[in-house]
Design a protein around this ligand. Structure first.
Ligand code: SF4
Length: 351
């Protein structure tokens, strides 16, 4: 059961909602506060167009506009990635990452849950289990914290801790907030939801009419291997997944990304590459190949350069479009599947 959370945040509220929440006399004060919050200003004493008496009252009463706080920041000099550990109002900790591309493009990678129930075997977050879903304001605040420290980002991926499609309502509220042209104004095509393959979630996202991009952590197109590696594959077959993706693509026409975390000797054979190529047929996809980041508590190994070469050569023979990226964020444990176990295990002596 989800823990009870006391909302201490004005993020995610409409201007009218803020007016009501704070019991303001004048509607336009709610709109003024809303505008400051969108800009990342959440201290009432810095909202300089509010009457000073009002600001003083809020400060004296100890009102807070934001519910979470940054408790740790780690930067990776090599990749430019910055990871933030954020403490929520109930003491839980989530992480989010600002990723920097070679061209200087900044992407915020946001968490949607504390932990994750999906239990993918190659994922550190999966070892935590699920504690709870995040509220939309807790998702929004991650972006606010990132932008406050690092400046504006140009895209957002829901690829941090958790399975976003298992918390779709709150994720969609956050998407709506980020998209609002009066506010942050980020276009839907700059937002991506990454799923491990929750087929009903993909169907629900399609029905929601919000044309954001979709990334799927496919890992392998070998059914038996996928079932061993990913619990979700035991419920939803590759056929069911592909059918949902075809429908999504028919409706929105957006290219889909397949994320493949490559583990040495597990999903890197020539036969694995061929099965992947076959699975891509009929879909407009780009395959993102991510060499596994070794972690103490997981048994898998990073593939050798030779394995990667052979794998990508085979994909090339079938004209599969792929990117083979160095896992940006590796130095801060912010790469795929590496978010936030430290605080979850802090009390365990032998971790
Ligand atoms: S890979 Fe994603 S869905 Fe799978 S356990 Fe990790 S966070 Fe959850």
């Amino acid at each position: 059961m989800e823990n009870e959370i006391r909302s201490q945040s004005l993020y995610g509220l409409t201007p009218e909602g803020i007016t009501e929440e704070l019991g303001l006399d004048k509607d336009y004060h709610g709109r003024q506060i809303w505008r400051w919050l969108v800009k990342g200003v959440h201290e009432f004493d810095k909202m300089t167009d509010l009457p000073s008496a009002l600001r003083k009252t809020f400060v004296e009463k100890g009102f807070r506009a934001i519910s979470s706080e940054v408790i740790e920041v780690n930067s990776d000099e090599e990749s430019g990635a910055v990871k933030l550990c954020i403490r929520l109002s109930d003491g839980q900790v989530v992480e989010c990452v600002m990723l920097l591309s070679a061209s200087g493009h900044r992407t915020a990678c946001l968490s949607s849950q504390v932990g994750c129930a999906m239990g993918c075997r190659f994922c550190r977050t999966g070892t935590m289990g699920l504690t709870r879903n995040l509220k939309s304001y807790e998702i929004i605040e991650q972006l606010i914290h990132i932008q406050e420290l690092e400046g504006p980002v140009s895209s957002i991926v829901f690829m941090g801790m958790g399975e976003p499609l298992a918390n779709l309502d709150e994720v969609l509220k956050a998407v709506e907030y980020f998209h609002d042209p009066q506010g942050i104004g980020m276009s839907h095509r700059r937002m991506t939801v990454s799923t491990c393959g929750v087929v009903p979630g993909i169907r629900a996202l399609e029905k929601a009419g919000v044309p954001i991009k979709l990334a799927v952590s496919l890992v392998t197109a070998d059914e038996a291997k996928r079932r061993k590696l990913m619990g979700i594959a035991r419920t939803f077959s590759l056929g069911m997944l592909k059918s949902a993706l075809l429908d999504y693509q028919r409706r929105y026409g957006r290219r889909i990304t397949f994320e493949c975390c490559l583990m040495s000797g597990v999903n890197t054979s020539i036969s694995d590459a061929r099965k992947l190529a076959e699975y891509c047929l009929g879909l407009d996809v780009i395959v993102n190949l991510i060499p596994f980041n070794e972690a103490a508590e997981l048994d898998f190994k990073t593939p050798s350069l030779e394995e990667l070469e052979d794998f990508t050569n085979e994909l090339g023979l079938f004209n599969v479009q792929y990117t083979r990226r160095f896992s940006r964020g590796r130095g801060v444990n912010g790469a795929c599947g590496q978010l936030a176990v430290k605080y979850a295990y802090d009390d365990e002596e032998d971790f």
